[in-house]
Ligand binder design. Structure first.
Ligand SMILES: [Zn+2]
Length: 279
């Protein structure tokens, strides 16, 4: 089998960009004939309940959680590579994570909003910003996400310097060593989006991103890798903005399909892994 792409979109802006994404993003999936997972913050769901409830009912998209308030589950400490400027810093950049109590309360609220808006709870969770090792070194947080009902995670989204890219050779795994053998880590591979591709490659803009993604798709197809691919609803307020933001994605989707790569949602892939384990 020539590889799998799990397309995941963080829908988190809680403004016009999210509303436009709900509408145009769905049309995009319909046109390209691929499934995807949207990881939506509770604040975004609350602001546009109808748009996301409508999208959820189509069955075209797998809607999962990106916390309530975009609270970081862990502190991110980026060791900025020499010569680069990341988030305005040239040596270290720190973004502080929430306390265990704050994370617990936030995830409870996120699930409450899911029930109120979509009539169900989320089983997938993307950890804001993403972290080296995911939650592998935080069994206390794994206990919390498990208790709130999350079974597949995108929390491993940075390399050992808390930067990018995340190598494709790191493949999805169950948190068995930590005692949570039904919780699957999907990763976020490569770069989290076009903006991190430019920042970590010291580029003025992202015009070479489509070429880079095509090479990654070939790498995935040749090795039958699972590629957890990420983008965001950032700057998607108008139709033109949406088209600009999804230009590279459109190119990649078509190229990957040509290579025979399949697309699955997070939920579909989780079910497949569970079934394979039980067989
Ligand atoms: Zn996010």
């Amino acid at each position: 089998m020539p590889g799998t792409i799990l397309l995941g979109v963080d829908v988190e802006s809680a403004n016009e960009s999210s509303a436009t994404y709900a509408r145009c993003g769905l049309e995009f999936l319909r046109q390209e004939e691929i499934p995807a997972t949207w990881y939506v913050t509770g604040q975004t769901l609350e602001r546009y309940p109808q748009a996301f409830a409508d999208a959820d009912r189509t069955g075209l998209v797998d809607i999962q959680s990106h916390t309530y308030s975009h609270i970081l589950l862990k502190t991110v400490l980026i060791e900025v590579p020499p010569g680069l400027t990341i988030h305005g810093k040239t040596d270290w950049y720190m973004q502080r994570g929430g306390s265990v109590e704050q994370v617990d309360a936030d995830l409870a609220r996120a699930q409450k909003v899911f029930e109120d808006v979509l009539g169900r709870r989320a089983v997938g969770l993307t950890g804001p910003w993403g972290y080296y090792r995911g939650l592998g070194d935080r069994p206390d947080l794994l206990e919390i996400v498990h208790r709130h009902g999350f079974r597949f995670l995108r929390t491993y989204a940075r390399n050992e310097k808390d930067g990018q890219p995340v190598p494709m050779v790191w493949q999805p795994f169950f948190y068995r060593a930590q005692g949570f053998s039904d919780v699957l880590e999907l990763f976020v591979h490569d770069y989290q989006d076009d903006f991190y591709y430019t920042a970590f490659n010291n580029l003025p803009e992202a015009s070479s991103y489509p070429e880079h993604l095509r090479r990654m798709a070939e790498h995935v197809a040749a090795n039958d890798f699972v590629w957890s691919l990420c983008t965001h609803d950032h700057g998607c307020a108008t139709l033109e903005d949406f088209a600009r933001k999804t230009g590279w994605l459109c190119d990649l989707v078509r190229y990957a399909k040509g290579l025979g790569i399949r697309f699955l949602t997070g939920s579909q892939y989780y079910a497949e892994r569970l079934a394979a384990r039980q067989a």
